[in-house]
Every structure is written in C-alpha cells, then in structure tokens.
Ligand binder design. Structure first.
Ligand SMILES: *Cc1c(COP(=O)(O)O)cnc(C)c1O
Length: 395
C-alpha cells in the first residue's frame, strides 16, 4: 500500500471531494432569471405552483413553503401548539435545529436514544420518556432512511401526541410502500444546497390537515390573518395580527428554482441509490467499516452515507481516520455531535451519559461523500482512500 498522505505520501486525489454539493443546471438558472424579470420577486404565482407540485410529489394534501428547514420545524412546532411547560421528545442524534424549534416556542426538549444499527429514534425510548406534560414527538429520518413511523404513530395515538417528522434527509424516501410526506401529522423538509433539491435556503412542511396548513401559512406571514382583510371589503387596508408570527416567506424566484429542481428529484435519487450500492458492495468485505443497517420495508433517500468504524479492529480513533481521509482529499464529515452535548443544552442542565447508544455511535461515525453529480471515478477514489487508510491502521 502506498504511503498515507497524512504522512507525506501522495493523496488519492488532487482536489478535495466535498461530502455534499448542489446540482444546478441551465434550466434552473433560466427559471430564476425569468422571475427576476417579472412583476413578482416575493410572494407571487410561483409559491403556489411549487407548493402544489411538492405536495403532489410527496403525496400530501398541502405543502407550505418557508425560508429554511429550521423555519419549517419552527412553523410545525407553532402549529402543534407547543408552549412553555410542554415536553417534546427528540432523538439525541440529529442536527441541532430538530431540537431548537421546541425552544423557540418555550417548550422543553426531552432527548431520547436511538437504535444502534440505524441510528434512528428508538420507539421503546420514546415510550419510556412520555410524561403527563408530553405533547409531541419529533422523529428524524436519519441519513434518509425513514424512522419506525408505524410504532411512533401508535405511541402518539395512545398518548394523544402530535408527530412531527423531520424529513430533511428523506425527500423521496418511502416507508412500507408509501412516500414520506403524509405519514405523520406534519413532515418538514430542508432546501439547503446539500439536501436533495435546493432553493439556496428554503424549507417545506407537508401535511394532510387543512387547519395545520392554514396555521403555518399565517405563522410564516407575521401571524397576520388575511381572512379579515377579505371580509372588510369597505376597508381594504385592514388586517389583524392574531399570533406572534415571523417573516418566514420564501421568494418567488426561489420557488421557481424549487419547481425546476423538483423535476430532477427522481434522477437524483436514482444516482444516490447507485452510489450507496457501490459503497455497500465495497465495504461488505471490509470488517473495519460498517454501513448503517437498511431495513427491507423502507427505502432511503440517501441524503448521507454514514458508516460506523469498528474501532476494536483499528489502532487509531475516528478523529485520526477522519484526518487521514481528509489528507487524501476525501471530504469526510461527522453527522452529528449529540445535540444535548452542545454548550447551550449543557447550560440548560442536560448531562452527558444519558444516551449511551447515540453517544457511543458519535465516537465512531463517519460520513462519506454522497451527491448525485459524483462521477464513478469519485466513488472509486473514496473506496480506494478508505481501503488505504484502514489497511494502514488495521490492528
Ligand atoms: C438540514 C437540516 C435541518 C435544517 O435545515 P436548514 O434548511 O438548514 O434550516 C434540520 N434538521 C435536519 C435533520 C437537517 O439535516
């Protein structure tokens, strides 16, 4: 095996391969430019067009477009009626925004542990965390594989809770033959450039419930109810702000981009599946590197490709493997630091050690590059670099 780049050897590739990257083509650019030349920059006809197309793609009755995936989560928490004193169950292994949205409305986050093989929220831990103050469950489809939605919905029904699915990783995923987007009370998506489709920044909430959809549409527009304006025909300037909402609107040109991107979602998903299959084939014979378990009754949207390192078989830790792969110009990453470990949550009183599975997983997870414009050569570079580094550090 050639010398590791971290020790002065030649890197597997000359340029850094990022872990994720957007795909924007001329059609996308034309769609945006057309709106920039039109009458409407913000709320115009493209908002509803995009919302309708999105709702149809994920199989939901309604979709509400907002300014980010975080705004989508906040809007959902508002619509769920979360207020100070209410508890919301959230997995410890996720991006901070999945929990922060609860705090925005003054609710209490109850972090729970995950399944060791999928790193998705563990329904048994959800059940154990429920108290008389619990109002909602936020489930995250980690890396794009849907969580145990039937089990979670059953627990929610038995305890009269709302279920918000953070589907930021899972646009286009399916669970027991049904698309992610209408399988819980509300599903949130992110349109950040590393996600499946992008509007620069952006987010969407899908739901089958007209009241929740209406509530989120009011929330994204300062909490202003437009019905009043329509009723008061003699005073067309009149409106009322009924709730403390935000300006979470998405612009019209962003929605034009979203619409154009949505048309390429299926080819994007197919490419991600192909990349995942190539990685799985290569790592099935490498005992030091374990891809996450993919369950047969659901299909991942493959936002991320995460492996767990078998540290007992290696002479170094995850940080050293990470640094060695970075030196080979492979843009590996780590998703995620357990959310309650962050200083903000530590100051609120959360203490390490309460989520043993998520915390142990954090020490051995590594995210490999995964984006649809990766070439077969890029994929080979990743596999070659992982083999090179693992060979050098095998016990
Ligand atoms: C990306 C992401 C978000 C936040 O989305 P933004 O659009 O960046 O605000 C929330 N939750 C998860 C799990 C994410 O991956």
């Amino acid at each position: 095996m050639p010398n590791l780049a971290i020790k002065g050897g030649r890197p597997v590739r000359g340029e850094l391969l990022p872990y994720g990257r957007q795909m924007v083509d001329d059609g996308d650019i034309d769609a945006v430019v057309e709106v920039l030349r039109s009458e409407w920059l913000t709320t115009g006809p493209n908002i509803e067009n995009f919302e309708n197309a999105f709702a149809q793609r994920v199989g939901a009755k309604y979709a509400v477009a907002v300014s980010s995936g975080t705004a989508a989560l906040h809007s959902a928490i508002f619509a769920a009626g979360i207020k100070p004193g209410d508890e919301v169950v959230v997995p410890a292994m996720t991006f901070a925004a999945s929990a922060n949205c609860v705090r925005y409305q003054g609710g209490t986050v109850v972090f729970v542990d995950v399944n060791p093989h999928t790193l998705n929220i563990d329904p048994a831990c959800v059940e154990a965390a429920i108290t008389s103050r619990t109002r909602a469950i936020i489930t995250v489809d980690y890396t794009g594989q849907p969580s145990d939605l039937d089990e979670i919905n059953t627990i929610a029904e038995q305890n009269n809770l709302m279920v918000i699915e953070d589907g930021s990783h899972a646009l286009g995923a399916s669970y027991r033959g049904r698309t992610v987007g209408y399988l819980t009370d509300m599903t949130t998506f992110s349109l950040h450039p590393v996600k499946h489709i992008t509007t620069g920044e952006g987010g969407v909430i899908s739901t089958d419930d007209p009241e929740l959809a209406n509530s989120m549409m009011i929330f994204r527009n300062h909490g202003i109810t437009s019905e009043h304006r329509q009723r008061e025909t003699g005073r067309s300037w009149f409106y009322e702000m009924e709730h403390l909402g935000y300006n979470y609107r998405l612009t019209d040109f962003q929605c034009a981009l979203g619409n154009s991107q949505l048309k390429k979602l299926d080819s994007n998903l197919a490419r991600r599946q192909k990349i995942a299959a190539m990685y799985q084939n290569a790592f099935n014979v490498l005992r030091e590197v374990e891809p996450l378990n993919m369950l047969p009754d659901r299909m991942s949207a493959w936002h991320l490709f995460v492996v767990q390192l078998n540290l007992e078989l290696l002479s170094v830790n995850r940080t050293q493997i990470y640094q060695a792969l970075r030196a080979e110009n492979i843009g590996v990453n780590v998703h995620y630091i357990p959310v309650p470990w962050h200083p903000y949550y530590r100051k609120l009183g959360y203490k390490k050690g309460q989520w043993p599975i998520a915390e142990a997983a954090y020490e051995r997870i590594l995210t490999l590059p995964m984006f649809p414009s990766m070439s077969d050569e890029d994929i080979d570079d990743v596999i070659l670099a992982v083999e090179k580094v693992v060979d050098a550090y095998r016990n």
